[in-house]
Design a protein around this ligand. Structure first.
Ligand SMILES: *Cc1c(COP(=O)(O)O)cnc(C)c1O
Length: 426
């Protein structure tokens, strides 16, 4: 098949191509290991001279089928699943950086990624400079150093719902000879494909809309295959120079456009082992089969709810890119023409205390840590996900103390609105 399939078709049928007599549905290969007939056959796999399965910590057929579907949806050359979104963000960066290296990241990113970058990676000797993603190219460019290896941002930030100017970020990254990594969790490839705007690597927490039913934690990394590692060979020795843990094999030479994902699988996954369970990959695939339908409904419902909140006297502010007059409305029109996501950030008059009273009064919408699944839910980041951050870090991360993150589900929107009205005391 040479014609490029549309996202909706890829959601349903991407990845798994059963042959005669094989199961129509993606089979669950619940096996840690795989059999060979000779010692020599197995040895060739360990030398990466032949592709094949030998141990599920590195690769598993069920996981690979689902990774291939996500890679196709993003328009990338190769993809891999990880056991969580956190592992995806970590591997995406660690695949390029060693101790002594540096990356530049938007400050308005998921709280867990912020902690990973600011605390844990710092301990490992990888430094991160956080920048305001709305600043000028010149200003952001000043954060780059000779040891900078990547630029990082989120298509739509969690929880602030800020839209990233992906083309601007790609220009900045490429003018400094580094790839742009974009966390595309909230937009999903149904609404935005960052590679079409110049991003090089995409990461996901598949835990959110992709799974969509809050059944399994997971992540994914996809490579566009577009970044020319060899052109900056000195910057990326891990990809362009021999790997002593594989008898001196060089990833760019041996695997071409698949170098980045192959290295992440055979080196990082081998050594760090953040692999997903095949059963979870199967559940993720069930979610992906309806992603295009659910995302559409999430966006329609969220648009109605955002309009309701914006017109309500008790509401102090609303951030939803679909609202005319929103700071990110224009960027959303460019990068997210079919809709942004189901998540709305807003604050109530009366601040933090009123926000908490409101959340405790909701009946249909549940207070959960989770976001972006079928059921409407709420969270107060300053008290929950972001409670480790200081007030200054909160402000930097775009999290106001009164910010309520409302994740609008796919229930009937009238019932969602009724629940919000009663919690507002109307
Ligand atoms: C949830 C989330 C993550 C982390 O993913 P987990 O699957 O929870 O590990 C990363 N990025 C974004 C944007 C998220 O929403």
């Amino acid at each position: 098949m040479t014609k490029k399939l549309k996202p909706a078709t890829l959601c349903v049928q991407g990845g798994w191509k059963p042959k005669k007599g094989e199961s129509r549905v993606v089979p669950i290969c619940q096996s840690t290991t795989f059999k060979y007939e000779t010692s020599e056959q197995m040895a060739r796999l360990f030398d990466l001279e032949e592709a094949g399965y030998f141990y599920t910590r590195l690769q598993n057929p069920t996981c690979d089928v689902v990774a291939a579907k996500i890679a196709a949806l993003e328009g990338g050359v190769a993809g891999m699943l990880t056991s969580s979104g956190q592992a995806a963000s970590f591997f995406a960066v660690l695949n390029l950086c060693s101790a002594g290296d540096h990356i530049v990241s938007s400050a308005t990113i998921y709280g867990g990624t912020y902690n990973l970058f600011a605390v844990t990676m710092k301990k490992m000797g990888i430094e991160v400079t956080f920048i305001d993603q709305d600043a000028s190219e010149e200003e952001i460019g000043q954060a780059f150093r000779s040891n900078t290896k990547a630029l990082f941002g989120e298509t739509i930030s969690n929880p602030g719902v800020e839209v990233l100017d992906i083309e601007k970020f790609a220009r900045i990254a490429h003018s400094h000879g580094v790839p742009l990594i974009v966390d595309n969790t909230f937009a999903t490839p149904v609404n935005c494909r960052p590679f079409e705007w110049g991003a090089d690597i995409v990461t996901h927490s598949t835990t959110k809309y992709m799974d969509g039913h809050a059944t399994s934690v997971g992540g994914a990394i996809v490579d566009s295959g577009n970044f020319d590692w060899e052109a900056y060979a000195d910057k990326f020795p891990g990809l362009t120079q021999p790997d002593p843990s594989y008898h001196g094999l060089t990833y760019t030479k041996a695997f071409g456009k698949n170098a980045y994902i192959t290295k992440a699988v055979v080196q990082l996954m081998r050594d760090l082992g953040s692999s997903p369970a095949p059963m979870n990959a199967f559940l993720l695939n069930l979610g992906l089969e309806t992603l295009h339908l659910r995302v559409q409904r999430h966006c329609q419902n969220a648009q109605r709810v955002a309009e309701f909140l914006a017109a309500n006297d008790k509401v102090a502010w609303v951030n939803y890119p679909g609202l005319p007059g929103n700071k990110y409305h224009e960027l959303a029109g460019k990068y997210l023409p079919d809709g942004s996501c189901g998540v709305i950030a807003f604050g109530l008059k009366g601040g933090r205390d009123e926000s908490i009273r409101f959340m405790d009064s909701l009946k249909l919408a549940a207070i959960v840590t989770h976001v972006a699944d079928a059921r409407t839910s709420v969270l107060h980041p300053a008290s929950h996900t972001h409670r480790q951050l200081s007030d200054e870090q909160l402000r930097e991360a775009g999290v106001a103390p009164d910010l309520i993150r409302l994740s609008v589900g796919i229930e009937d929107v009238e019932d969602i609105l009724d629940d919000i009205r009663q919690a507002l005391g109307e």
